[in-house]
Design a protein. Structure first.
Length: 186
C-alpha cells in the first residue's frame, strides 16, 4: 500500500543532531535551516487556488516537517497542535498569524521570509495567506503531528475544540449561520 504522504527526504541527520523529541527552540532552528535550503522545499511547492497544499518533507517517530503552500484567501482557522510543539518559518511570500486574546483584540503578526514562530503543546493560532503566489511556510512538529484541535463556535456562541487527525487540511468555515464579520472577530 502506498502511503498517503511520502516524505521527500530520507534523513535530516545533518540538521537534527540527536535522537529524541525536539524542543520548540530546536524546531525553530530546524525550520529556519530547511527554509534556507530552497533545493529541499521548492520541489514541494504547489500553487493550487482551490485549496491549501501541504507536502511532507520528512518524518520519523519523533517529528515531522512539512512545506505548506498558501494562495490568496486560504487560511487554517484557529487550531492547536495537541501535544506537539511547533516551529514555523516563512520561506517565500508572507502569511499572517493570529492569536486569541481574552477580553481584547487578538494579536496579529505579519510574517515575511525568514520570520519564525514557535509554540509548545496547546499553542493556539490561525495562519492565513498574505502575499505571494504562493506564499510558502515550513512547519516542523515534535512529537509528530498526529492530532490537532480545531476551534469552532457552537449555536450558542460557546467555543468548542474539535479533535481531528493531524494530516487533514484545516480550513476556515462559516460557523452556525454567523456572518463572516462575526466569525472574523473570533
Amino acid at each position: 500500500m502506498t502511503p498517503v504522504f511520502a516524505p521527500a527526504l530520507v534523513s535530516l541527520d545533518d540538521l537534527v543532531a540527536h535522537d529524541g523529541l525536539l524542543t520548540i527552540d530546536e524546531l525553530e532552528v530546524l525550520v529556519r535551516a530547511i527554509a534556507a535550503r530552497p533545493r529541499l522545499w521548492q520541489p514541494l511547492v504547489r500553487a493550487d487556488p482551490a485549496r491549501r497544499r501541504y507536502e511532507l518533507v520528512y518524518e520519523d517517530d519523533r517529528m515531522d516537517a512539512w512545506v505548506l503552500s498558501w494562495m490568496p484567501g486560504q487560511a487554517t482557522g484557529f487550531h492547536d497542535h495537541y501535544v506537539s510543539g511547533v516551529g514555523l518559518c516563512v520561506a517565500a511570500g508572507s502569511v499572517v498569524e493570529d492569536q486569541l486574546v481574552v477580553d481584547g483584540e487578538h494579536v496579529t503578526r505579519r510574517l515575511e521570509p525568514g520570520a519564525t514562530r514557535k509554540g509548545g503543546a496547546g499553542y493556539i493560532h490561525r495562519v492565513r495567506h498574505d502575499a505571494g503566489v504562493p506564499a510558502v511556510t515550513i512547519h516542523a512538529y515534535s512529537p509528530r503531528l498526529d492530532e490537532v484541535g480545531q476551534y469552532r463556535l457552537d449555536e450558542g456562541g460557546v467555543v468548542r475544540r474539535e479533535p481531528a487527525p493531524g494530516r487533514v487540511e484545516l480550513t476556515t468555515q462559516p460557523l452556525d449561520g454567523r456572518t463572516s464579520a462575526q466569525v472574523s472577530r473570533f
